[in-house]
Ligand binder design. Structure first.
Ligand SMILES: NC(=O)c1ccc[n+]([C@@H]2O[C@H](COP(=O)([O-])OP(=O)(O)OC[C@H]3O[C@@H](n4cnc5c(N)ncnc54)[C@H](O)[C@@H]3O)[C@@H](O)[C@H]2O)c1
Length: 117
């Protein structure tokens, strides 16, 4: 999506008009990106399929009006209609990451990392 530099510059945090959807936001990279975006004033929706039990991390932001968590599979296109409402930017991090897991689960890796994406 197009970056709105004019709006981004006009608020104190720099991102208060942004609503960023972070798909896979409870993962390794997302656990750094989500608090950064919140600290800059953005609203964040994290859509994540909790494969590794990293749900408790999301409790850090639970109850914040500028944060929403959706337990959703990247491949479930139907549910993304409502998830994308009001979203200005999307960061896609969800995937099966690294050689060991993609070699062990080649079909699922293709399904998620290639087709799903
Ligand atoms: N970690 C690194 O050093 C690094 C370096 C370069 C690039 N990247 C890239 O950044 C992205 C994120 O990497 P990461 O290290 O945070 O990985 P991660 O495994 O920690 O996070 C990815 C998350 O995606 C989730 N997920 C898997 N399938 C899903 C699905 N179908 N729907 C929704 N969620 C799903 C998993 O539960 C997982 O927690 C990847 O594309 C990776 O290749 C990572």
């Amino acid at each position: 999506m197009k970056h709105d530099a004019k709006n981004a510059k006009s608020d104190s945090g720099g991102m208060s008009r942004r609503h960023v959807l972070v798909v896979g936001g409870a993962g390794y990279v997302g656990s750094v990106l989500v608090p950064y975006l919140l600290s800059r004033g953005a609203s964040v929706t994290c859509a994540h399929l909790l494969l590794y039990g990293n749900g408790p991390l999301m409790l850090t932001y639970w109850g914040r009006p500028d944060f929403r968590f959706v337990n959703a599979d990247l491949r479930d296109a139907a549910c993304y209609g409502s998830i994308l409402e009001g979203v200005t930017d999307v960061v896609l991090l969800a995937s099966l990451v690294g050689d060991p897991i993609t070699k062990r689960y080649p079909e699922q890796s293709r399904d998620i990392n290639v087709e799903g994406t």
